[in-house]
Each structure stands twice: as C-alpha cells, then as structure tokens.
Design a protein around this ligand. Structure first.
Ligand code: AGP
Length: 736
C-alpha cells in the first residue's frame, strides 16, 4: 500500500517553506502505509532555477521534483540539502499553488529514487502522477507507448500513467487545439485497468490538480479560511469552493493526513474525477461505456475524529498508545448499540432476517482480522445455530472454494482495503452471497462494496500491528451474533449474560492493562529466546494465534499459536526446559483439559507461562513451577478480548527490548495490495470493476450507495446525497 497526498492553497499566500512542511507532514501521517521511498513535486520560480535546461513545451518553469529512497525523514533531509545546493528560495510566496506527494511501498521495482513517485511523463515533467494501487495492464500500455517513441526510466507500473497523459494531451492538442486537464485524465482512465487512486499535476495546467480513483480510497479535504463553514455539516462541495474565498484543498489516501487541517471532507467515489481549478472543485463521473461524463454534486461530511487520534501523545509508540486505548475503543464500538433487551446495529437492520435464513455464515479475512473472526466463530454458532466456516481470503481465492447464494459472507478488515479480502468479496458477490462488512474504516472499499455491515468505530489505528481493532472486531461480531440470534427464546438468558459482560468489558480492559509492568518484566526474561509457543483451545485458540502473530510481526521472534488439543500430535516433541510456552487456561468449558495439558508439559520439563483467571494460580499450577499471568474473569465467550491484551503488551515490550521498530516492522506495511501479473486471470480486471459500479448513477436518497448507518452512535447516517446532472462534455480521442 502507498500513500498519496496533495495540497492546493487558493487566494491565500503560502511560502514555499510552508508548502514543503505541509507535504512532509502529510507524508508523515501516511507513512504507516508504506515507507521504503517517497517524493514530492511543487512549483519552481519563474524563470526556471535550472536555466541550462532546454525550453519546456509550456509557459513557466518545470516543476521541482524530489524523490528519495528510505523513510520520509530521508526525503526531508535530501530536499533541504538540494534546495540549498540549487539555491531555491524557500521564502517565495504563492497566492495559489498545487503540490503533490507520495510515500511508497514497493510492488513493482526496488525502492530507489527512479521508482519513487511522482512518476513523470519525461523531459520537462509535463505530467506528474502519484499513485496508490496497481495498474494490471501496464505491460500492454508500456509496449504501446514505447512503439510511440516513449522511453521508460523506472520499473514501476505507474510510469505508464503520466506518459499516457502526455500522449493523450499531444494527440488532443494536435487534433482539437484546446484540451482541458479533465479531458486528458478521462482518456487516461479509459485505458487503465486495475485498482488505483491517482493525483495529476501538470505545468500545462498551472495551479490545477486532478484526482481520480477506482478501487483505492481517496479523500478530498476542504478548509475554508473565512471560517463561515465551520461546524455546519453536509455542505455542497461546489457551493463551498466556487465562492472565490481563500481556502486550502487537500487530497489524501486517508483521513489521518487531513484531520489537522480540516474536518470537512468528501470520500471520493470510484470513477469520479475531481478537478480543482481556480479554487473551485468540479466532479465528473467517468463511465467507460458513455461518451459524455456526468457532472456530480456531492456533499461534504464532517469528520468525527480528533487530532489527538493521530498523535502519539505521551506514548513512545502508536502500538503502545493503541493497546492502552482499548478501554475507550471498546466503549466507542458499543456506544449507542447495546440495549437492555438486545443490540441495535443500524447498518444491519434491513438484512438480519436474510442472515437468519442463511444456510451458513462464512467468515473471511486475513491476519489479525481472520483471528478476530475465529474468536467470534464459537459464539456466532452458539447464538444463531447457523454453521460457521472460516476462510483465509487468499486461500478461498486459491481454491475457488464454494460460496452459495444461501450463504452470508462476513468480511472482516480493519482497513477495509486489504487486496485479498476485497478480491474474496468480489468473488462472493459474483456467487450471489449476502456480503456483510466488519471494518474500522468508514468510506473504505469494503464498506462501499458490501451489502451491509458494522463499523467497529475503534478510532484511527496507525501502528502496523493491529491491536485495538482486534478487540473491537470481536465485540462487533459479538453484537452481530446477538442481533442475529435475538429471535431464539432458548438462548435469551445467555444473551443477557453476554450483553452484561459486554458492558463491563471496558473496565475489565483497564484492569488487565495494569499488567503492563509484569509483561515488560516477562519480556525481559524472553528477549534471548529464539522461539515462543502459545497454546490455546476453544474460545482462546484465536488468542493463541493472535498472540503469536503479534510477537512474530513486531518482535521478529519466531512464534506459533497452536491448538492445545493438537499438542500430542507433534508439537510435544519440541518441549524442553528452554523453549518458553504460554498456555491459556482461563475459566471456560475447556478448563480441565487445559489443566491436563499443563501437567503433561510440566512432566516434560516445559518452561511454562500460564494465563489463568484471577485467583486460579494454584489451580493451574499446583507445583508453583510456572510463571502465572492472572487476568480478570469475564463471560467465557468474551474472554479472548481480555486475554489478548497481556500478549499485546508482551509483544510490544519484547520489540522495544530487542531494539526493533515497533510501528513500522521490517517488511510490513499496514495493508497489503497484491500484484497480479496475469491480467487475463486477474480476479479483478479493471473492466469488471467498472461493470460492478454501473448502477451507481441511479438517484436515490442515499445516492445508490450502501451506507452503514452506524458511524458512531447507531444513529442513521444521512451523509450522502448525490444529484446527477448531465454535463455536455467535449468528445474524447480514441485509444492508444
Ligand atoms: C495485523 O497486526 C497485521 N498487520 C495483519 O495481519 C493484518 O491484520 C492483515 O494484513 C489484515 O489487514 P486488514 O484487517 O486491514 O484487512
């Protein structure tokens, strides 16, 4: 995953130094998405600083483009040193100025300046593009462009985009004279397949920016500097931007990078082209099959996120902050949704009956989100009586496993943007299943493409290791199970007990966080271990997998989560006095079986750390030879929410003590986007994505968009209203 960002100031004077800092700060906020290289583009002074360069094909100076390998701070250092070297004046003020930025996580080509973005159309940087996503047909486009005389400098899929833009621009220019920026971008979109969010900058169109997307998330932020829009929700983006008043406009891959500038934002929809010119924003809807695009009016939403959410505050790392935020995030997940008699999930209410009639529920996700679903499986089965099967998204796709019309497919994803999960979603949609989303990201692709769902409202999660989203996902799925099972009289008492257990989870989470110092001490005793096993079963098999995943991904220590019931079938051979083994043995129906596992491990001199319910130390380890972690006792099916917290703390402290990067672990970024080399067999060819979105232009009160009406309070979300106006747009050119 990459991060893209743009900043345009209009009718307000901004020095180049200020613009640079806005770009760097935007990139710092997006750095968690990818951090192996980065780049920016902004305007040069006129005449060009590089006066020895050949005269460009446009009036004005070629843009200043900086690209660097490594984390954002290495870009910052290199920009300031280059600026010094080239004598670029940082005090130059611009009343209007358009700048773009990118942080990269390599998919095509090694991290290197030439592979970093902005990617360029060639000499003179006539078109510059920053891109998040994958262009699946780039090889065909590249061959065609080479035949037309273009030369390529990078190994990226992205480079075809600015070159295609230049090709289209030249062709239109020759044929028709005047050509608008949006005409160029529209024709580029016509040729692209895959998933992308793009921002274009061009010296042919000074002080303009164009963004468009298909698949990847892209946000527009609007900051009216006259202050008259503050606090008023749902204002028409056009009305806000055509008034000539001073303003700042932002594009960003996510809300984290704009929240400190403005709370007024718009989640750009697939196939929309957002054009900023003369301080005004126009939105066109691209339709592959239509000659003329539609002009779209959109309403701004007000962001319900505080700046504090994206800052570390008094914590050393985001992962640490997010672990300690769990009492609060669990509260916000449940806010407005728990009632004495049941739960209210606004985003599901139209679909609950259909879910009840399902032949089975299929939980689908990757990594931590898969583990959260695994933790939810037992109570989903128990409360609903519907069989639940588990699918790792990539494995479902590899096998092309059976999904039926009678299935409810529940997709779990913190980001709502994980490629495997989205591909599995497309697959389930194609097979006619009812698709339910469980995500933390409002406006994400998952929330837009599923039929209905639940936002977990855990707040921005920035650490690559997912922590608070995991516990909130389990709670969201507990509420889902309660809602679906609410028609069953036989389980009423059990449901009431779970609802009461949910209400006290935040205070139990605060309690268990007091183990922080103990976990740090335990971590210090494990720093030199090569491996760590975690045994769990029943409700806590998922806890074992998730605890081990946390240790693996941030502490870079080999760790395996195992089903305790499988111990005798192989893993027992590993046991000796050196290998640390965590056994989860909190109170539930499997308790006596776990006691027996502990005895067997002790009789083989196992080095045991046992997690048990408060007051159970002697019951789990009568000999006193194990290290014991005592946790608060909660409703058995909710115990995984509490039990994972000490393991998150352990992974965190192990990472710090072993000297590794907590928030940006080696080789990992926050969400994964896959590279499909075989376009013909790509599960998401661009054409199908477009076909899938054709119904979007139908006018309804909700703009044809599924809105999960449960953003924070369970109250209906009336956020989206789209009015469609046919716009008489000039004709296009043919294909390349
Ligand atoms: C979690 O700590 C991991 N970084 C990873 O397993 C993650 O959960 C997985 O990539 C799925 O991400 P998602 O929840 O955003 O879909």
């Amino acid at each position: 995953m990459c991060g893209i960002f743009a900043y345009l100031n209009y009718n307000v004077s901004r020095e180049r130094r200020y613009i640079l800092e806005v770009l760097f700060n935007g990139l710092r906020r997006l750095e968690y998405r990818g951090y192996d290289s980065s780049g920016i583009a902004l305007d040069a002074d006129f005449p060009s600083c590089a006066s020895s360069a050949p005269a460009p094909a446009y009036a004005g100076a070629p843009p200043l483009v900086f690209r660097q390998e490594g984390k954002i701070e290495s870009l910052v250092r290199s920009v300031y040193s280059e600026v010094d070297e080239k004598d670029v004046n940082l005090d130059t003020a611009f009343n209007v100025h358009a700048a773009i930025a990118h942080t990269r996580w390599a998919t095509h080509g090694v991290p290197a300046p030439r592979n970093s973005h902005p990617q360029s159309s060639g000499a003179g940087d006539e078109f510059l593009v920053v891109h998040n996503g994958i262009i699946t047909n780039y090889e065909v486009l590249k061959e065609t462009l080479i035949r037309h005389g273009f030369t390529f400098e990078s190994d990226t899929d992205t480079e075809v985009i600015p070159k295609l833009a230049k090709f289209v621009f030249d062709k239109l220019h020759d044929e028709e004279g005047d050509v608008t920026f949006s005409q160029v971008v529209m024709e580029v979109m016509r040729q692209l397949e895959g998933a992308y969010a793009l921002i274009f900058k061009s010296p042919h169109y000074p002080n303009e920016l164009i963004a468009c997307k298909r698949g990847s998330t892209l946000i527009l932020g609007v900051n009216e500097l006259s202050g008259q829009n503050s606090g008023k929700p749902f204002q028409d983006v056009k009305a806000l931007t055509t008034n000539g008043k001073p303003k700042e406009l932002f594009f960003s891959s996510d809300l984290c990078a704009i929240v400190e500038h403005t709370k007024n934002y718009l989640a750009i929809e697939d196939n929309e082209i957002v054009h900023i010119k003369d301080g005004s924003v126009s939105i066109l809807k691209f339709d592959h099959d239509k000659e003329k695009p539609a002009s779209v009016q959109r309403a701004l939403s007000v962001l319900e996120m505080e700046v504090e959410q994206i800052k570390k505050g008094s914590y050393d790392h985001f992962m640490q902050k997010e672990i300690h935020e769990q009492p609060h995030s669990l509260t916000t997940t449940m806010r407005g949704r728990l009632k004495d008699s049941g739960v209210l999930l606004g985003g599901l209410k139209e679909h609950i009956k259909t879910i009840r009639r399902s032949r089975r529920v299929v939980f689908i996700g990757c990594g931590t989100s898969y583990n959260a679903a695994l933790a939810a499986r037992p109570f989903m089965e128990e409360l609903t009586g519907i069989p639940v099967t588990m699918e790792v998204a990539s494995d479902l796709l590899d096998r092309q496993g059976p999904i039926y019309r009678e299935d409810t497919a529940v997709f779990v994803s913190q980001s709502g943007e994980t490629a495997d999960t989205l591909l599995a979603l497309d697959y389930a949609l194609e097979n006619g299943a009812l698709c339910v989303g469980i995500t933390n990201t409002v406006g994400s692709t998952l929330s837009r493409r599923t039929h209905c769902g639940v936002h977990i409202n855990a707040g921005c999660e920035i650490g690559v290791a997912s922590t608070k989203a995991y516990t909130s996902q389990i709670v969201a799925m507990a509420m889902l199970a309660l809602a679906v099972g609410s028609d069953q009289i036989s389980t009423q008492a059990r449901r009431e007990a779970i609802i009461s257990g949910l209400s006290s989870l935040p205070s139990n989470a605060s309690e268990v966080l007091k183990l922080d110092a103990d976990m740090k001490e335990l971590a210090s005793s494990l720093i030199d271990s090569e491996s760590l096993l975690v045994f769990g079963r029943g409700y806590n098999y998922a806890t074992a997998l998730e605890g081990a995943l946390k240790v693996k991904e941030v502490a870079l220590m080999h760790s395996e989560g195992m089903l305790a019931g499988e111990m005798k079938h192989g893993p027992l051979a590993l046991v000796d006095e050196n290998l640390p083994i965590i056994v989860i043995a909190t109170r539930d129906a499997c308790f006596s079986k776990q006691q027996s596992v502990i005895q067997q491990l002790l009789s083989r001199k196992g080095r045991l750390i046992v997690m048990c319910s408060e007051g159970d130390a002697s019951a789990v380890c009568p000999s006193g030879s194990c290290r014991v972690i005592e946790v608060p006792d909660v409703a058995d099916c909710l115990q995984p929410v509490i039990n994972i917290i000490p393991l998150q703390l352990l992974a965190y402290h192990l990472t710090v003590l072993r000297g590794f990067d907590v928030d940006q672990p080696r080789n990992l970024a926050k969400s994964l986007i896959q590279h499909w080399t075989d376009t013909a067999h790509s599960p998401v060819p661009g054409s199908r994505l477009m076909d899938g979105r054709r119904g979007e232009l139908v006018l309804t009160d909700h703009g044809g968009e599924e809105v999960w009406n449960s953003i924070a309070s369970g109250a209906p979300d009336s956020r989206v209203k789209i009015n469609l106006v046919i716009y008489n747009f000039v004709s296009y050119v043919g294909g390349v």
